[in-house]
Design a protein around this ligand. Sequence first.
Ligand code: IPE
Ligand code: IPE
Ligand code: MG
Length: 256
Amino acid sequence: MGREILDGVLSLVNDVSKGKAYMALPEHIAIIMDGNGRWAQQRGLPRIAGHQQGVSTVRKVVEECSRLGIGYLTLYAFSSENWARPDDEVQSLMSLLGQYLGTELPLLVEHQIRFRVIGDLEKLPQAIRESLNETIERTQHNRGLTLTLALSYGARDELLRAVKAVAEEVSCGKYFIADIDEERFSEHLDTKGTPDPDLLIRTSGEMRISNFLLWQMAYTELYFCSCFWPDFDAAELKAALDDYESRSRRFGTVSS
Ligand code: IPE
Ligand code: IPE
Ligand code: MG
């Protein structure tokens, strides 16, 4: 028995030193996928070419997170502010999203990935909403990685919708103002049932949150890398995970 435990520990140490396993893997990774436009611009291509390349990065990163055994991956794909981009870019992004949803199901099923979405979906075109619902439904019983796309998502909008829903429940006598606590409030957020992100990655060198998961990221570790999203790959993800592993998360207390 002692020998088996020792062998197990030695094999784990070996895996860790070879980069195959991590001592502290985030349960939930959130990513602000930024820099598609600049990636394209650097190559003299239209911005949409960067978004197209960005979709292949999504595919690779989803597969890698699933392979590593990450529990939750939340990708910021389209913000509430992105609606203010030129019409042709918004339309191209919507049609890329439609294509992605139309082709991705077999991969999600193969890897047992559960698909979810957060954001103000009412604003999305009807056909996209239908595809989203179908993908959510067909993957709801999957037991692997939970992949959440943030679409037409803004944290301030999400918080306001939650405040209104809570106010509504108070006004119809479901509970009192004094009963509103963090747990009850969180249940009215789009991310209900999902643990808070442990690690946020933002690509493209920008160091800001851009209205993403403001409530949920109270204690998230932030990681910024300079590469544009279309260039992000398994090696970049590994660098982020290595960095995460070196962090000391104290949550306001003191190190043990
Ligand atoms: C991120 O890339 C994708 C979306 C916001 C939809 P950008 O389109 O923001 O690319 P940059 O930041 O302009 O380079
Ligand atoms: C954040 O990127 C939104 C997404 C990645 C979907 P933006 O490019 O829209 O953010 P800003 O404008 O640089 O803050
Ligand atoms: Mg950007």
